[in-house]
Design a protein around this ligand. Structure first.
Ligand code: ATP
Ligand code: MG
Length: 490
C-alpha cells in the first residue's frame, strides 16, 4: 500500500497552503526520520491517495482548491486505513467535531506544539497497524448550530477531548465550578455522539430529596412504599439507548452511591420493590462542582464509585482563566437575546475590556445574566463601558457587603423548588413538601450557628432564638456533629 524508500521509512503526505508552515513541518518531519510529500492543494493529494501512496496524511482544512473535510469521506472510502491528522486555525467546537466525524485520527488546533505533532504522528502510525476502532455508517448530519462558544487554548483542549470521546461509550466525569458549562458539555457529548438518536436524561442529585434518589434512578413498582400507587419508571430506564447525566454527583447519598456502583458493575438494576433484573443500556456522564477526592477523604464519597465514573475527566476551566473567550461569548449572548425578541445590540471594545478584568465567580452563567440585564435595562443601541461599570459595581457592592455571595434566599428557594417540580414532571413531587423543605433548611442553619458559637449550645440557642431543649432535640434529630475548634484556627 505504501511507498517506501528504505525499510521501515514511513511516508507522510503533507497538505498545507502556507508555504512557511509547510516548510517548517517538512523539515521537522524529515529530521524525525519520515519521508515527506508536501503539497499546497487537494488535487495533488488526491492523485497520491489514488495511487496508494503515503502511510499517513496531515492536512489543513481550508485549501485553495477546496475543503479537506469534503474530500475526507472519499479518501476514507478508497484508503480506509490511512490515518488523517487535521490541523486548522478555525479553532471552533464544530471544527473538532467535523474532524472527528470525517474520521480524522486526531485534530490539532493551530498553532500547535511541534513535539505534540510528532507524538500524534507516531501514535497514529502505531495504531494504523491495529484494526480501525471506529464503526462505519454512523455519520450524523450535525446540527450546524454551535453549542459551545470560545476558542481559548483551554477550550481547544476540551474540544479535542470531546471529538475523541464522541464515538465512544466511555464514562465521562465533568468537573468545574458552577456555571462553567458542565451541563452544556454533557449535552454536546450526547448530541454529537453515537447515541444522539436516543434520549438524554438528566438527574440532579442536589435537587431531589435524599430518600427519593434511588426510586428516581431505578423507578419503583406499585406498592413499593407508601404513596407508590403505580409503577413508575426510573431515569435508568428512561435513558435506555441514550445518555444518563448524573448532575451534582457529589451530593449523592452514600446508600444510593453503593447501589449505583453495583448497577454500573453488573450492568443491570432492580426497581425499588422489584424482583426482575433489568439490563442497562446507558452512557453515563457525571458532573460535579465539588472536589471529589476531598469528599472521599471525608468519607462522603465512595472511592470505588469515583474510579468507575472518572474514566475520562474533563475539567472545565473557570471563565477568569479564559478571558479571551469573553468577546465571543458576549457576541453569542447578544445574538441569543436578539433571537429571543430583545432589541439587537452591540457592545463597545472598552466595555469588553472591562468585562475581561472582572473575576466572574459565577462564570459563564453570570456573564450570560449580565448581558441579559444590560440588554433589558439600557436603551442605547451600543452597550458602553459605563453601562458595564454600573452593573459590575452593583455586583461587587453586593458581594463586598456580605463578604461572600449574597443570594436572595427566596430566589434561591424558588429555584430549588422549580428544579424539584421539573424533576417530577408531568406528575407532582411526593407529599410532605412543607416539612421536607423546612428540615433541609434547619440542618445547615443549626450546624452553622453551632459552628459560629464554637459548639456552645447555650450561645447557639440564644443566637437562634430557640429553647435549649428544642435545640438539643434538633441536633440529635439531624445527627449534627458538634465541632469545637481551638483558638488558633478559629
Ligand atoms: N462554552 C459556552 N458557550 C456558550 N454558552 C455557554 C458555554 N458554557 C456555558 N454556557 C451557558 O452558560 C450557562 C451555564 O452553563 P451550564 O448550566 O452548562 O453550567 P454548569 O457548569 O452546569 O453550572 P452549575 O454548576 O451551576 O449547574 C448556560 O446557559 C449555558 O448555555
Ligand atoms: Mg449544571
Amino acid at each position: 500500500m505504501s511507498s517506501k524508500t528504505a525499510m521501515n521509512t514511513k511516508t507522510i503526505l503533507l497538505v498545507e497552503d502556507d508555504a512557511a508552515i509547510r516548510m517548517v513541518l517538512n523539515q521537522t518531519l524529515t529530521r524525525a526520520g519520515y519521508e515527506v510529500r508536501p503539497t499546497g492543494n487537494l488535487s495533488t493529494l488526491w492523485n497520491w491517495v489514488t495511487r496508494g501512496e503515503g502511510d499517513l496524511l496531515i492536512t489543513d482544512v481550508a485549501l485553495p482548491d477546496g475543503n479537506a473535510f469534503e474530500l475526507m469521506p472519499k479518501i476514507k472510502s478508497s484508503r480506509k486505513n490511512l490515518p488523517i491528522i487535521v490541523m486548522s486555525a478555525q479553532n471552533t467546537f464544530m471544527t473538532a467535531i467535523r474532524a472527528s466525524e470525517a474520521g480524522a485520527y486526531d485534530y490539532l488546533p493551530k498553532p500547535f506544539d511541534i513535539n505534540e505533532m510528532l507524538a500524534v504522528v507516531s501514535r497514529a502510525l502505531n495504531d494504523a497497524v491495529k484494526p480501525p476502532k471506529r464503526e462505519e455508517g454512523l455519520e450524523q448530519e450535525p446540527d450546524e448550530k454551535m453549542p459551545l462558544v470560545g476558542r481559548s487554548p483551554a477550550m481547544q483542549e476540551i474540544y479535542r477531548s470531546l471529538a475523541r470521546l464522541m464515538q465512544t461509550d466511555l464514562t465521562v466525569m465533568i468537573a468545574g465550578e458552577s456555571g462553567t458549562g458542565k451541563e452544556l458539555v454533557a449535552k454536546a457529548l450526547h448530541q454529537f455522539g453515537k447515541r444522539a438518536h436516543g434520549p438524554f436524561v438528566a438527574i440532579n442529585m442536589a435537587a431531589i430529596p435524599k430518600d427519593l434518589i434511588e426510586a428516581e434512578l431505578f423507578g419503583h413498582e406499585k406498592g413499593a412504599f407508601t404513596g407508590a400507587t403505580a409503577r413508575q419508571s426510573g431515569r435508568f430506564e428512561q435513558a435506555d439507548g441514550g445518555t444518563l447525566f448524573l448532575d451534582e454527583i457529589g451530593d449523592m447519598p452514600m446508600d444510593a452511591q453503593t447501589r449505583l456502583l453495583r448497577v454500573l458493575q453488573e450492568g443491570e438494576f432492580h426497581m425499588v420493590g422489584g424482583i426482575k433484573a433489568i439490563k442497562t443500556n446507558v452512557r453515563i456522564v457525571a458532573a460535579t462542582h465539588q472536589d471529589l477526592p476531598e469528599l472521599i477523604k471525608q468519607g462522603r464519597f465512595r472511592e470505588d464509585l469515583f474510579y468507575r465514573l472518572n474514566v475520562v475527566l474533563l475539567r472545565l476551566p473557570p471563565l477568569r482563566e479564559r478571558v479571551q473567550d469573553i468577546d465571543d461569548l458576549v457576541t453569542h449572548f447578544l445574538q441569543n437575546n436578539k433571537n429571543n425578541g430583545l432589541s439587537a445590540k452591540s457592545i463597545s471594545m472598552d466595555a469588553i475590556e472591562l468585562l475581561q478584568k472582572y473575576s466572574w465567580p459565577g462564570n459563564i452563567r453570570e456573564l450570560e445574566n449580565l448581558i441579559h440585564r444590560l440588554c433589558a435595562l439600557h436603551a442605547d443601541e451600543t452597550i458602553s463601558s459605563s453601562n458595564v461599570e454600573i452593573e459590575l459595581a452593583q455586583i461587587t457592592q453586593t458581594i463586598s457587603g456580605t463578604k461572600a455571595h449574597r443570594v436572595d434566599l427566596s430566589v434561591a428557594i424558588e429555584q430549588y423548588l422549580a428544579d424539584i417540580f421539573v424533576a417530577h414532571e408531568p406528575g407532582l413531587p411526593p407529599s410532605g413538601m412543607y416539612n421536607n423543605l423546612l428540615e433541609q433548611l434547619e440542618a445547615p442553619l443549626i450546624s452553622m450557628a453551632l459552628n459560629a458559637c464554637n459548639g456552645n449550645q447555650i450561645k447557639t440557642a440564644k443566637l437562634l432564638g430557640l429553647n435549649r431543649n428544642t435545640l438539643r432535640k434538633k441536633i440529635n434529630a439531624h445527627k449534627i456533629e458538634i465541632i469545637r475548634h481551638t483558638k488558633s484556627n478559629a
